[in-house]
Design a protein around this ligand. Structure first.
Ligand code: HEC
Length: 140
C-alpha cells in the first residue's frame, strides 16, 4: 500500500503552482478532441448533490482556472485554453498520479485531505472519474 495521503501532501507542498514533471508529457500525448468531447463537459454538467466545477473554477485563482462558458458552452478558443490548463494537472498514462483525479477524491480512496470544493469524486468507480482516467490513459 502506498501512503497516498503522504504523497499528496508532499506533492501539494512541492507543487504550487502545479507542474507536470518534464519528460512525462512527451511519453504519451493527451487527445484534444477526446478532452472536448468527454472530459470538458464534466466541468459544466450538474450532478445531484454536487456543485458544478465551473461555478468555482471559472476564472479561479488556483491551478484549475477554467474559462467562463457562454450559453452554448465553451467556444473553441476557450476549450483550447481549458485543455492546456487541465493538461498541466494530469500525468499522461498515470491517472493515479494525476492531481485532477486525486485532489477532489475522497481520502479513503487516496484523495486529498482537503478540497474547498468538497469530495467531488466519491469513489474511483465514479463514471466521471473513469472517463477522465480513460482520457489520461489515451483510451477512447
Ligand atoms: C465550491 C467550490 C468548488 C467546486 C464546486 C469545485 N472546486 Fe476544485 N477547488 C476549489 C478551490 C477554492 C480550490 C483551491 C484549493 C482549495 O482551497 O482546496 C480548488 C482546487 C482544485 C484543484 C487543485 C488545483 C490546484 O491549484 O492544484 C483541483 C484539481 C480541483 N479543484 C478540481 C475540481 C473539480 C474537478 C471539480 C468538479 C468535479 C471541482 N474542483 C469543484 C473550489 C471548488
Amino acid at each position: 500500500m502506498t501512503n497516498w495521503r503522504g504523497v499528496i501532501l508532499a506533492a501539494t507542498v512541492a507543487a504550487a503552482p502545479c507542474v507536470v514533471v518534464p519528460g512525462y508529457a512527451g511519453a504519451q500525448t493527451l487527445d484534444y478532441e477526446a478532452f472536448k468531447a468527454s472530459v470538458q463537459p464534466i466541468f459544466i454538467t450538474k450532478r445531484d448533490g454536487y456543485t458544478r466545477c465551473v461555478v468555482c473554477h471559472a476564472g479561479a485563482n488556483n491551478g484549475l482556472r477554467l474559462e467562463r462558458p457562454g450559453p452554448n458552452g465553451f467556444s473553441e478558443e476557450q476549450s483550447k485554453k481549458n485543455f492546456e490548463t487541465v493538461s498541466r494537472l494530469v500525468v499522461p498514462g498515470k491517472p493515479d498520479e494525476s492531481h485532477l483525479l486525486l485532489y477532489p477524491l475522497v481520502p479513503q480512496e487516496g484523495g486529498s485531505a482537503y478540497h474547498s470544493g468538497g469530495r467531488q469524486w466519491p469513489t474511483k468507480k465514479d463514471p466521471n472519474w473513469q472517463t477522465i482516467a480513460r482520457w489520461i490513459n489515451g483510451q477512447k
